[in-house]
Design a protein around this ligand. Structure first.
Ligand code: ZN
Length: 467
């Protein structure tokens, strides 16, 4: 539960920052009381400290998600959609630090350093922001998560457009629960956090994809190797336990079966330096560029510098101190699907002035080559084999789906249940989408994370392929 308490801590830090920011604003207003125009303009922008007059936010199809009517922010009439989009849109008081209404406040109010709030006074509103999101997919993801805590993200792996974000727990912005701050049951844990951007998780077996990639890059005869799984295997001065007894097993089958014995031995052979080199080349231990220039992502972390051979064995199966951020991990999957090149993820399509002029239009770009095309192709074949031979194409009918599950133990305490993960994508040319699902405190990934990915990708298919 380390990652959760860390999230809680960062939440408090954010609230403190917000309060400090409010105090600063108040101080500035009081000391600059002569500047009556700005003062009045601020009253116009904020009602009881909340953003009240601002432009619309729309989804990729032009549906209005939030707008201003009679000095109040008005959200979608669908409760499910309001619940689904809470963290992405954010609130008007800045509790949700990464929300569009918080980080793009200046754009929405049309405030510029040069003109102040000129546009607002003249047009009564600021700029409109059109997102890359598909509302239907977001709603499906939220409903599929339901009462469970977790996150879902979907990205177009050719363009980098983020078409779906869901983060739970959430609440209805039109009916915020009164007991959020007093609750002691934990049901609201991290409720202000957008887990997709700000969360970090133990990867569990999803990390075997990266161990496999490192092996393809560094062990020339990896496909000719066989591994012995008797349910546990000695690594360094201890043992790594497997979830099954897989007997003699080759490289691809070992990934299909998610054999801990095979992957712990592969990691031990690779060693700390090679594993860290692969991970750091694809963005671990670095800040991703802020999404659409302003939305900050938590860092994926790996540190094997002081690790024993046994630690490295556990790291190779995703059960060490390594942590992944969902948005970053989704970008890694996108790179595998996209022939090795990682697209730059983005969430804002356009910003339009009150006069209807496009003042910003997203340009697609790439982060760089995470893998060579050859390594990407080999990994792609193994991930396809996982779905075809292990999880079953029935979850993703006619989608040529690729993926990897992970069930991450987060505590030695038997009362604390694991997190379940799934990462994957469709190989179909007309459906270039990658998905990540994280479900906290649950059962196995095949019974929790995969069915959620299945529902979400079926909606993606009906929205983009069968439309
Ligand atoms: Zn095994």
């Amino acid at each position: 539960m380390k990652s959760i308490s860390r999230r809680a801590l960062s939440l408090y830090a954010l609230i403190l920052l917000f309060l400090a920011g409010s105090a600063l604003l108040y101080f500035n207003l009081v000391t600059n009381a002569n500047d009556w125009a700005m003062n009045r303009a601020n009253k116009h922008l904020y009602s009881n400290g909340a953003l009240s007059t601002a432009g619309d936010i729309l989804d990729a199809d032009g549906n209005v998600l939030v707008s201003t009517k009679d000095g109040k922010r008005v959200y979608s009439s669908s409760k499910n959609l309001r619940m689904a989009l809470l963290h992405t849109l954010g609130d008007t008081s800045g509790y949700i630090a990464n929300g569009i209404q918080t980080v793009f406040k200046d754009e929405l109010t049309g405030y510029t350093l040069l003109d102040g709030v000129y546009n607002l006074k003249r047009y009564g509103k600021g700029n409109d922001i059109t997102l890359t999101l598909n509302s239907k997919v977001c709603e499906t993801a939220y409903k599929a998560l339901g009462e469970r805590k977790g996150t879902v993200g979907v990205m177009n792996y050719k363009t980098g457009e983020i078409i779906c974000i869901a983060s739970t727990p959430t609440f209805d912005i039109n009916d915020k629960p009164n007991d959020i701050d007093t609750d002691t049951t934990g049901k609201y844990e991290g409720i202000y956090i957008n887990r997709f951007f700000s969360g970090v998780y133990t990867p569990g077996s999803t990390f075997k994809v990266l161990t496999a990639i490192c092996a393809i890059e560094n062990i020339p005869d990896i496909y000719d190797r066989t591994f012995e799984c008797k349910g546990k295997v000695s690594v360094g001065e201890g043992y790594v336990i497997c979830s099954g007894t897989h007997g003699k097993i080759g490289f691809e089958k070992a990934l299909n079966k998610s054999c801990n014995c095979a992957f712990a031995k592969i990691a031990e052979e690779l060693g700390a330096e090679k594993l860290m080199a692969t991970a750091e080349r694809i963005g671990f231990n670095q800040n991703m560029a802020d999404i659409s220039g302003k939305i900050h992502c938590a860092k994926s972390r790996i540190d094997l510098t002081q690790s024993s051979a046994l630690d490295i064995g556990w790291a190779g199966i995703g059960q060490y101190t390594t942590l992944i951020n969902p948005c970053h991990m989704l970008t890694v999957m996108a790179a595998i699907a996209n022939g090795g090149t990682a697209p730059t993820p983005y969430l804002i399509n356009t910003i339009t002035s009150p006069k209807g002029k496009t003042v910003f239009a997203a340009k697609q770009s790439v982060i760089g080559e995470y893998f060579t095309p050859d390594v990407a192709e080999k990994t792609d074949e193994m991930l396809r084999s996982n779905v075809k031979n292990q999880y079953g194409d029935g979850f993703f009918p006619q989608m040529n789906f690729c993926g990897k599950t992970g069930t991450a133990e987060v505590s030695n305490d038997k009362n604390i249940k694991p997190n379940a993960l799934f990462v994957g994508y469709s190989q179909l040319e007309e459906m270039p989408f990658a998905v990540i699902v994280v479900v906290e405190d649950t059962t196995t990934s095949i019974t929790s994370a995969v069915p959620i990915a299945s529902k979400v990708m079926k909606t993606v298919k009906s929205e983009y392929v069968n439309k």
